[in-house]
Write a protein that binds this ligand. Structure first.
Ligand code: ZN
Length: 244
């Protein structure tokens, strides 16, 4: 479920941009087709007060110089233009992708999940946006919240008679009671970490990396997607030959 990205290098006769790699989404925001865009122009502006938030639970805040790089691309298919913004720390060779304008449509969540659980999809989308901006703690909180919403909403849709009970459950208990097959297949401490409230998660499970959280969250989403697809198969088209 990760967004497809493209590593881009270009030549514009501007020494600043030489030998740098820029990560940009592969999908053009206009035609939404994956393509290799042509970079038309680029500008870099100094940004003297960068704040680095390195990883879950470790907050490093200090003045740090760097640049904001703005690139203008042209899609080779629809020929429309779009911009990407990148953060470049002075001590780091490769800039970090921040955003694209117009923004690339969010399709990281399978359509069937968006249709059935729009509240989950919205929170997941916000967590994803926070991650793109390197707000890792916020992203982790958001991903965990999206998991709780999806787990509870799915459990309620499967067990409507338990609605009041499910709403009151902790995420951990909800996972253990209504997703036993997954709880047993996924590493125990990770499920427990995902299920704990986020304050506990930060304090007690520093060993669980953010990427691990996302890894198991994605397994969970894939599992729910599969169950939904089995429950809602495509509408069968009537076979005209047999209808005489
Ligand atoms: Zn295009």
């Amino acid at each position: 479920m990760s967004q497809e990205n493209l590593k881009l290098q270009f030549k514009l006769d501007q020494p600043y941009f030489d030998n740098k790699s820029y990560i940009i989404p592969t999908k053009c925001p206009h035609c939404e087709i994956c393509s290799h865009p042509k970079t038309i122009t680029a500008e870099s502006l100094p940004y003297p007060d960068l704040v680095i938030n390195k990883s879950v639970g470790i907050k490093v805040t200090y003045p740090h110089s760097g640049n904001l790089d703005v690139l203008m691309h042209q899609c080779i298919l629809c020929e429309k233009h779009y911009f990407t913004l990148h953060l470049h720390y002075s001590n780091n060779k490769n800039p970090k992708f921040l955003l694209s304008y117009p923004s690339v449509s969010f399709n990281d969540v399978p359509t069937i999940l968006v249709e059935h659980y729009p509240r989950f999809a919205e929170i997941y989308k916000q967590a994803h946006a926070a991650e793109q901006l390197d707000h890792i703690e916020l992203a982790a909180t958001g991903y965990r919240m999206s998991l709780e919403i999806l787990a509870k909403d799915f459990a309620i849709s499967e067990n409507p008679e338990d609605e009041d009970k499910i709403k009151e459950l902790s995420l951990n208990n909800c996972l253990q009671q209504y997703f036993q097959d997954m709880s047993s297949s996924v590493s125990g401490h990770v499920v427990k970490s995902l299920g704990n409230d986020y304050a506990h998660y930060i304090r007690k499970h520093m060993d669980v990396e953010f990427s691990e959280l996302k890894y198991y969250l994605n397994i969970f989403l894939e599992n729910i997607e599969k169950r939904l697809k089995l429950k809602h198969p495509p509408t069968r088209v009537p076979d005209l030959k047999t209808q005489k």
